[in-house]
Unconditional design. Structure first.
Length: 202
């Protein structure tokens, strides 16, 4: 299977660029299927070789990337450039067959560069990174009132400070790993966050 991303602006697209389905029988990935279309998210089933498009960003935009699938596969969060950079996060509810159950819902209004996004193990919140954002750089979290409920207000994860990006949460939801630049080097950091997966909404 060939996957294409536009070389001229690909460095501005936010990773990660693919996510496994919970059953490990498919992936969701970022792909530009023609010169006229912006990068979009597609599903590829490794058991049937089926491929279908999941998101349809506005024509002329820099498209969709930074794909993160909830642990049970019922919701997809991704970064979308509504025009020519930068990005905001959107949430797309999926059916049991991993088809869109409606239109994507915009859940941030930062209009800034996204540096990665991940779900908590409980699917009650997401963690994402802002980069090149004039004082807002670092890791943020968005809780949900209940699974599939309305998103809460973005909250900076204060103990981590500036510069963290590419977040990843452990399966039990108590540890967060991320990348930080220090003196020109890229270092991997980790932080213990008590009850992280249980803290979103009531």
């Amino acid at each position: 299977m060939d996957v294409f991303l536009p070389g001229k602006r690909a460095s501005w697209l936010s990773g990660p660029f693919l996510a496994w389905l919970p059953d490990s029988k498919g992936i969701i990935f970022c792909h530009k299927d023609s010169p006229e279309h912006p990068p979009s998210l597609f599903l590829f089933r490794t058991d049937t070789y089926e491929r279908r498009q999941l998101t349809f960003p506005p024509a002329g935009s820099d498209g969709d990337s930074a794909v993160a699938l909830s642990p049970d596969g019922s919701a997809l969060v991704f970064a979308r450039a509504s025009d020519i950079l930068p990005f905001d996060l959107y949430r797309l509810t999926l059916t049991k067959g991993f088809a869109p159950a409606g239109e994507p819902e915009r859940i941030t209004h930062d209009n800034l560069q996204i540096g990665g996004v991940t779900w908590s193990s409980s699917a009650r919140e997401i963690v994402y990174s802002l980069v090149f954002s004039h004082g807002h750089d670092g890791l943020w979290r968005i809780p949900f009132s209940r699974f599939g409920g309305r998103p809460g207000k973005p909250q900076r994860i204060e103990p981590i400070g500036l510069g963290g990006y590419a977040p990843a949460i452990s399966r039990e939801g108590r540890r967060l790993a991320f990348v930080r630049t220090s003196g020109g080097d890229l270092d991997i950091w980790r932080a213990a966050i008590p009850d992280f997966g249980k803290s979103g909404g009531k």
